[in-house]
Design a binder for this molecule. Structure first.
Ligand SMILES: [Zn+2]
Length: 473
């Protein structure tokens, strides 16, 4: 016994002297990178130590880790947070991680069953994930719509009874209680939803101060409608993909959002850097616009498997088959106006189904960094990073405490870090070949664990954590 005590004492003395004379050894260190943090404005070469999945030190001193990421010549930024990503499958999480995304959120369509949605992912994912309680999905359930992804029957085209409206509002509240990040809606996908019904949804948002992420009806009137609903109920409003909702009215609609913010209203928006959109051919938003359109307008639609532009005959034929279509409705100058506006968050609207999808799924963030920052000089690197990290975190941090620890490089935050080569970063995907990973996104670290290393996906890792909301009454 005495000998054992003496041994313990010796051990304590040894440990103590080691602490006094040596540097701490972190789980991982990132050395020599140009650290860019939009929250503090830091833009300088620093070493970072990671411990227990969080950033433990940011310093000019040498640091020691069990593992070292050499970031010399590279930008070390907070991991990108994508507020608008459909799919939410291992396949899309992998695509997004290769584009620098560390947190992927499905906040527009959302889900009708929040508890089940998180349960399905509880075994672990590559990147952090979260979902909204979605008006579209809840309406599909309450109205017994047979659509797989979006409403195609009563969920789109039948007015709800007062009892059904109550049920929709009740299920949205339940979703928030189950930890939904916020509320999603898409008015063009639910054209039969009356003002009363939308007001019922926004009342839940206003009461709980939860943002509603709305795919508005196209045009200025569509934005006015969403602003009015938010104004009447006190709900925070996030307008998704302003580029595809506003088209040629992009500057006007951005100014309207700027005016609302100047009046102190909680209104935000987002954009993705592509002039064509993608959605399901059977959805109401397509059928309502193109069902009786002339061939000249139908030619805006591309059928991805063949690249052909549609006409009356092929539109009817492919509508019977169903599937995603590319819709060429915008111009590059309008997209540039949206991407470079200080108001917009970068969000991909990632869209991928049955092995195909929109190139924004794989290239949104690299495209902004390569084409708008490096090639066109229309956005500073720090501003681009802010739009991908701090701004989406701030949009959600009132409801989602996890977001106060994301979107920043500072001591104590989650070690979600994207390391890229600002001189080389570029997207590669096209409408015909949408699955190509970008170039120049070198290391993507989620909660301290690399999911991309050397520009390649790391297999067999699942450090992603659920991101959940908490209601503030
Ligand atoms: Zn979307």
């Amino acid at each position: 016994m005495a000998r054992f005590l003496a041994f313990l004492t010796l051990l304590e003395v040894t440990t103590l002297s080691a602490q006094q004379t040596t540097q701490p050894v972190y789980d991982r260190v990132i050395t020599g990178g140009r650290v860019m943090d939009p929250a503090s404005g830091l833009d300088a070469v620093r070493n970072i130590g990671i411990q227990g999945g969080r950033i433990a030190v940011i310093t000019t001193d040498p640091v020691t880790g069990k593992d070292t990421v050499d970031a010399r010549g590279l930008v070390v930024a907070p991991g990108f947070i994508d507020l608008h990503a459909h799919g939410q499958t291992p396949e899309t999480y992998r695509f997004e991680s290769l584009d620098g995304v560390t947190t992927s959120l499905e906040l527009e369509l959302g889900t009708a069953n929040v508890a089940a949605w998180y349960r399905e992912r509880s075994a672990g994912e590559r990147i952090n994930y979260g979902v909204s309680i979605g008006h579209i999905k809840v309406r599909m359930a309450v109205m017994h719509d047979s659509g797989l992804v979006m409403p195609v029957g009563d969920g789109a085209y039948r007015a709800a009874t007062p009892a059904q409206i109550d049920e929709i509002a009740r299920r949205i509240e339940t979703g928030l209680n189950e930890g939904a990040v916020d509320i999603g809606a898409g008015f063009p996908y639910t054209p039969a939803a009356t003002h009363e019904e939308l007001l019922a949804v926004f009342r839940v948002a206003g009461k709980t101060k939860t943002p509603v992420h709305v795919h508005i009806r196209p045009s200025i009137a569509g934005l006015q409608e969403a602003l009015a609903l938010a104004g009447e109920t006190g709900a925070p409003l996030h307008v998704v993909h302003i580029n595809s909702a506003a088209l040629r009215d992009t500057p006007v609609m951005l100014a309207m959002i700027g005016d609302a913010r100047a009046q102190g209203r909680d209104v935000t928006t987002e954009a993705y850097p592509y002039a064509a959109g993608m959605t399901e051919i059977k959805s109401a938003t397509i059928q309502d616009v193109y069902r009786s359109a002339p061939d000249s307008q139908l030619a805006e639609i591309e059928w991805p498997p063949t690249g052909e532009r549609l006409n009356r005959e092929s539109f009817a034929r492919y509508t019977r088959i169903g599937g995603p279509i590319v819709v060429h409705t915008n111009t590059e100058p309008m997209v540039a106006a949206a991407i470079t506006s200080p108001l917009t968050i970068i969000a991909s609207d990632a869209y991928w189904q049955n092995g195909t999808g929109h190139p924004r799924t794989t290239g949104t963030f690299a495209k902004v960094l390569g084409r708008y920052v490096r090639e066109a000089h229309s956005l500073s690197l720090m501003d681009a990073i802010r739009k991908m990290t701090l701004m989406p975190a701030q949009r959600l941090e009132h409801q989602v405490s996890a977001m106060r620890r994301k979107g920043r490089i500072e001591v104590g935050v989650d070690a979600d870090i994207t390391i890229f080569d600002a001189d080389r970063v570029i997207d590669r995907s096209t409408y015909r070949e949408p699955s190509l990973a970008p170039v120049g996104i070198q290391q993507v670290i989620v909660n301290g664990v690399s999911v991309v290393a050397g520009g390649q996906a790391v297999e067999g890792v699942a450090p992603g954590q659920p991101v959940r909301g908490t209601i503030h009454e």
